[in-house]
Design a protein around this ligand. Sequence first.
Ligand code: NAP
Length: 259
Amino acid sequence: MDLGIRGKRAVVCASSKGLGRGCAEALAEAGCDLVINARGAAALAETAAAIRAAHGVAVTEVPGDITTEDGRAAVLEAAGDVDILVTNAGGPPPGLWADWSRDDFIAALDANMLTPIALMQAVLPGMMERGWGRVVNITSQSVKAPVAVLGLSNSARAGLTGFVAGTARQVAGQGVTINNLLPGFHATDRADALDGGAAREQGITIEAARAQRQATVPAGRYGTAAEFGATCAFLCSQHAGFIVGQNILLDGGGTNATI
Ligand code: NAP
C-alpha cells in the first residue's frame, strides 16, 4: 500500500534504537525525509547512515536530550516545517510507590508528559496553517492497565493521554491528527532492562524472567520494533486522516479487556 506521504518531513524523537528507530525506518520506507534524535551521537550516526543507505531519504541527526529545552530547540530548529511528529523518550525507572519523591515525579512528568506536550505546542500551529499534520506519541500499555512497578510511567503517561484527548479534537478540523501508540512488551533494550530487573528481584536468570513475561502475552512473544513502526507509519499516512485522538494498543493481546 502506498502510504501517500512520500516527501513529507518527519521528526522522530529518541530514535537511534528500539521503537523510535522502528518508526523512523518505516517512515523512511514510505519516503519521508527524517530528523532523528537520541543522546548518544555514535549510535544515532550509525542509525542515520543505515536508514539513508536502505531508503535513500534525507536524514538529519540531532544528538541531544529531548527532555531538555535545549535538546528540543535543536531538534525543532533542524526540522523547520514539520509534517509528521513522533514523540518518544526513555521510560521512567521501575520502583515502589512508597519510595518516589517529588523530584522523581517531576522528572517523569518532564520526560513523558511535558516534553511531548511542548513538542506538540511547537509544531501544531504550523501543521494547522498548512492544513495537514500527523502526530503519534509513543506511550505505553500502562495507560490502559497499570504496571505496578512502573507507577511513574502510569502517572506521567495518563497526564499526556488526557492532554491528547482534548487537543486532538481541537486540531482535527485543520487536517491534523494526534494519536497515541501504546506498546506492550517489545523486544528492545528497554525490555532487556525490565527483564533484568525482574530476574534480580526473583533471583532467577534473565532467560527465565523473559519466558515468564512472554507467557503473559497471548501472542506468546514480544512484539518487534518493525511491527510497531509499520503501525506508526500507517497512522501517519494519508489513509489515517479519520483516526483522531485514539489510544492504540500494540500488546499481543496482553491487556485483558473487552474494549
Ligand atoms: P530503548 O530500546 O531503550 O530505546 C530508547 C531510544 O530512545 C534510544 O535510541 C535512546 O538513545 C533514546 N532516548 C532515551 N532517552 C532519550 C532522551 N532523553 N532524549 C533523546 N533520546 C533518548 O526503548 P524502547 O523499548 O524503544 O522504548 C521507547 C518508549 O516506549 C519508552 O518510553 C518506553 O518506556 C516505552 N515502552 C516500551 C516498551 C517495551 O517493551 N519496549 C513497553 C512499554 C512502553 P540514547 O540512550 O542514546 O538517548
